[in-house]
Structures are given as structure tokens and as C-alpha cells.
Design a protein. Structure first.
Ligand SMILES: Cc1cc2nc3c(=O)[nH]c(=O)nc-3n(C[C@H](O)[C@H](O)[C@H](O)COP(=O)(O)OP(=O)(O)OC[C@H]3O[C@@H](n4cnc5c(N)ncnc54)[C@H](O)[C@@H]3O)c2cc1C
Length: 446
């Protein structure tokens, strides 16, 4: 079986496929079905099944053949992934490792890094967190001050990250650190070896940092909605092998930009199918439950527009003209965002380059969440603030109200999305950045 055959030109879809499927879809479907028929056994352990999947290339069909893939174009990769779902077999793990870290390693990692981490990520042997944001550097990521200093064939990392989702359980972190020792004066960290000619976007290096070591301390943060998804991560001469540098030392900004582009496409965890059964599925569901723990409030963060009409009816507010008007506004926003997402998906499937939909979609999701919170407040009134037994929807409405602000911040704030839309889509003049060409030590971070 080869992806070359699967992608053979001119093959039209089978009758059970959608009419607008790409050339080669029918052949891919046939190959995946045949492979599953020959290999799937619900009695396998998840590790055994994932190993087969990775070695066959059907785990990540659009990735290179050498790295658990089949080098298929995106549209045919989606067809293969759809076949796995249709056959109700577990796929690769969900979340950060697959959606963000592995693609970045494929683009920028050395052969050694790919060998060490790609298959282990695809088979779910290791988990990841993202170590970018710091107390003084979020939107302005180039202002990071965590330092990495060479020490023989290792790097020593010292500093602090914050907002690091899932860091309490992750095996490895995708880390950005300032490898040029030039750091801002106002932090009192100016070092003798400072190079006054290093602008802040240079001198940053991206690393794979082993989380389970004495130099790393993870402290969970309790949020205003009661959950503990975020962590502060402190590094005190944490050790990173030289081979764990992603790309070039000092070239981490390129890796950061690639990561942020993937971050805007991070998807929610889909529910496992109701017909899932067998050992591999039991283990996959347990893995998914643990991985989804930091994200279990994310539906509330999105505002739960699905609850607006049922709540208005249940609390007899559906005839109120103001409530009706605000619900209509919410539905209008949600539908326009859905159509935009579908347009973006169609463009991707057609092989077109990413358009403005990423930032527009991110901004739209913030607007929808805020409008949904407004509607829930109108419907529930002051009781919407109550949590615990007897409160509206057992505290879900209160959780929505205190979770919605997070969506305007995560993955780039609303203001940053507006800047991107203004500059890259509307072609307006760039926001002035007085620190752009300054050496980092002259930059006031935070
Ligand atoms: C749910 C969630 C999960 C997260 N997970 C992670 C994670 O796993 N790993 C990680 O590294 N980070 C994570 N983050 C952090 C997130 O990336 C940052 O919070 C975000 O980039 C904003 O940075 P900041 O909090 O430092 O705010 P700041 O950058 O300090 O912004 C403060 C305010 O100033 C505004 N602002 C800043 N710059 C501009 C500008 N140029 N123009 C106009 N307005 C501006 C912002 O919009 C904001 O309103 C997470 C955040 C959330 C909410």
C-alpha cells in the first residue's frame, strides 16, 4: 500500500463519499478500510494499536512518510482521518503535542529531535506543555526574560513562566528562552557579557525542556472560576541538552511564529463515539479524560450559546422582547462565525494558503462568548451569580460568567487580533514599535 497509489490522479470518489471529494479519495478510503480490517483488534492495548497506526502512516496521513505519515495532501489526509473515525478506532492523542509541538518539530526540528519525539508524541508515550508567556511578556512575546546559558554540552535555564496550561502533568515543555545574555536593565539582570547589538527578536532560542527534573518547579494557579488549568513554572538552572535546541540557537523567533500560527488552529477535544469498546478504547478514553482535565471549563469559556434558548424557555423569559432581540443577535453572530469557519475549511481542503479567517474567527469567538454571557445574565438575572446546588443550572451560568473573559486572552488577545487584521488584512500602517530595533537591554519589557 502506498500513498502514491492512494493519491493517483483522476480517481473519483465512491458512491458513499461526498460528491465534492478530491481526486484520489476513493482509493484512500479503500486502503484505510482494508488496513483497518487487517489490523484492528479491540483487545489490543492502546500502545500496541497506536504503534501499528504510527508505523502504517495512517496516524497522521499528511505528515511525511518517515514521521508516522504518508505525505498525502491535506484534503486526502482529512479523508483518511474521517475513515478512522467512521470505523470507530482510536486515533493519535488529542491536544497540544499533536496539534502544536509535533508540527513545529517537523518544520524546524533536527533529525535527532524528530527521532526522539515525533513517534513518542503520536503514540501518546509523552505529553507536552507550552512555556512561552511570562509575567512581563505575553502579547509582546519577544520581551521574554527567562535566560538560557550554555554550560558545556547543556543549557542552564533560569527564570519564570506563567499561564502554562497542563504544565503540572506534562513530560516536556516547548520553551522560549533568551539565549543571548543581554536582558533588560530594569529587571536588574544585566550581565557582563551583554551584546548591545542584539535586538529583542533575536537572541531567543526554542528548546524542548524536560519537565521532570530538580531545576523545574510547577505551582498550579487557582482561577476565578475555581479550576486550576494554569501554572507558574520556575526554572532554577534547569538542564536542557544541546541537542534539544529547535532550529538554530538565537533563531527561536522563527519557531515562535510557527507555533503561534498552529495555536490559532487548536481544536476542542471531540467526544469519543458511543459505540467505542474494547481495551484500546478504554485506555484511550482514560487518556482523553486526563488530558482534557485542564480544558473542562472551555465550553463555558465559549459562552454556551446552546443554552440560551432552553434557559429562556425554562425560566419563562422567551416572550420578553429584549431577551428575544439579544438571543437573535447571538444566533446571528454564531451562524456567521460557523459559515466563516466552513469557508476556511473549504479553502484549506482546496490547498489554498491560510486567509484572514484565523484572526477573524478568533475575534468572532470572543464576541459570541461575550454576547452569550450577556444573554445568560438577562435571562437569569442576579441569580446567575450563584454557584452550587439550587443555583441556575447547578452553577453552570455562574461558571460561564467568570470563564468568558479567558477567551479574549488565550492564544492572542482581542486587541492583538485587531492589530493583525488592521495590518495584514486591511493593509493599514503598522503599529509603531519603538523597541523593534533596540538591543534587548534597552527594552522595557512588561
Ligand atoms: C485560557 C488560557 C490558556 C493559556 N495557556 C497558555 C499556555 O499554555 N502557555 C503559555 O505560554 N501561555 C498561555 N496563555 C497565556 C496567553 O498567551 C497570554 O495571556 C496572552 O498572550 C496575553 O498576554 P498577557 O496575559 O501577558 O497580557 P498583556 O500582553 O500584558 O496584555 C494586557 C492588555 O494589553 C493589551 N495589549 C497588549 N499589547 C497590545 C498592543 N500592542 N496593542 C493593543 N493592546 C495591547 C492586551 O490586549 C490586554 O488587554 C494562556 C492564556 C489563557 C487565557
Amino acid at each position: 500500500m502506498s500513498g502514491g497509489r492512494a493519491g493517483g490522479a483522476g480517481v473519483r470518489s465512491e458512491p458513499d463519499g461526498a460528491s465534492d471529494e478530491p481526486d484520489g479519495a476513493a482509493a484512500v478510503r479503500r486502503e484505510v478500510r482494508q488496513w483497518i480490517a487487517e489490523h484492528w483488534d479491540p483487545g489490543l492495548s492502546l500502545a500496541e494499536w497506536r504503534a501499528l497506526l504510527a508505523d502504517s502512516g495512517w496516524a497522521c496521513p499528511s505528515w511525511p512518510r518517515a514521521w508516522c505519515g504518508r505525505s498525502l495532501p491535506g484534503a486526502l489526509g482529512a479523508v483518511a482521518a474521517g475513515e478512522l473515525r467512521r470505523a470507530v478506532v482510536p486515533g493519535p492523542p488529542e491536544g497540544l503535542g499533536m496539534m502544536l509541538v509535533a508540527p513545529v518539530l517537523l518544520e524546524h526540528g533536527s533529525e535527532g529531535l524528530k527521532r526522539r519525539f515525533i513517534r513518542a508524541t503520536v503514540t501518546g508515550q509523552i505529553t507536552w506543555c507550552q512555556l512561552f508567556s511570562e509575567p512581563g511578556a505575553g502579547s509582546d512575546l519577544a520581551g521574554i526574560a527567562t535566560r538560557a546559558e550554555r554550560d558545556g554540552d547543556e543549557w542552564l535555564v533560569t527564570g519564570q513562566k506563567v499561564w502554562s496550561t497542563g504544565a503540572a502533568t506534562a513530560d516536556f515543555g516547548l520553551l522560549l528562552a533568551r539565549s543571548d545574555p543581554d536582558v533588560p536593565k530594569h529587571l536588574g539582570l544585566l550581565l557582563a557579557r551583554s551584546d548591545p547589538d542584539v535586538p529583542k527578536h533575536r537572541g531567543i532560542t526554542a528548546f524542548v525542556l524536560p519537565m521532570r527534573q530538580p531545576g523545574v518547579l510547577v505551582r498550579p494557579l487557582r482561577q476565578m472560576n475555581g479550576h486550576r488549568s494554569f501554572n507558574e513554572v520556575f526554572f532554577d538552572a534547569a538542564r536542557v541538552p544541546d541537542g534539544h535546541v529547535i532550529g538554530e540557537a538565537g533563531g527561536g523567533w522563527t519557531v515562535a511564529r510557527a507555533t503561534l500560527a498552529h495555536e490559532r488552529r487548536l481544536a476542542a477535544f471531540p467526544a469519543p463515539p458511543a459505540t467505542a469498546h474494547g481495551r484500546a478504547w478504554r485506555e484511550a478514553i482514560a487518556e482523553r479524560t486526563a488530558a482534557a482535565e485542564p480544558h473542562k471549563w472551555y465550553p463555558q469559556r465559549a459562552g454556551r450559546p446552546d443554552l440560551a434558548v432552553p434557559q429562556a424557555q425554562a425560566l419563562h423569559r422567551a416572550a420578553d422582547p429584549v431577551v428575544r432581540q439579544e438571543i437573535a443577535r447571538l444566533i446571528e453572530l454564531a451562524w456567521s462565525a460557523r459559515w466563516m469557519a466552513e469557508r476556511a475549511a473549504a479553502a484549506r481542503a482546496a490547498g489554498l494558503p491560510p486567509g484572514p479567517e484565523g484572526s477573524l474567527g478568533k475575534l468572532a469567538s470572543s464576541k459570541i462568548a461575550r454576547q452569550a454571557a450577556r444573554v445568560h445574565t438577562l435571562i437569569a438575572g442576579a441569580s446567575g451569580m450563584l454557584a452550587g446546588p439550587g443555583s441556575p443550572l447547578d452553577g453552570i451560568i455562574a461558571e460561564i460568567l467568570v470563564s468568558v473573559p479567558g477567551i479574549s486572552i488565550a492564544g492572542g488577545t482581542d486587541e492583538i487580533q485587531r492589530n493583525i487584521i488592521a495590518e495584514r488584512i486591511l493593509g493599514l500602517p503598522r503599529e509603531p514599535d519603538i523597541s523593534k530595533d533596540l538591543p534587548f537591554r534597552q527594552v522595557r519589557a512588561g
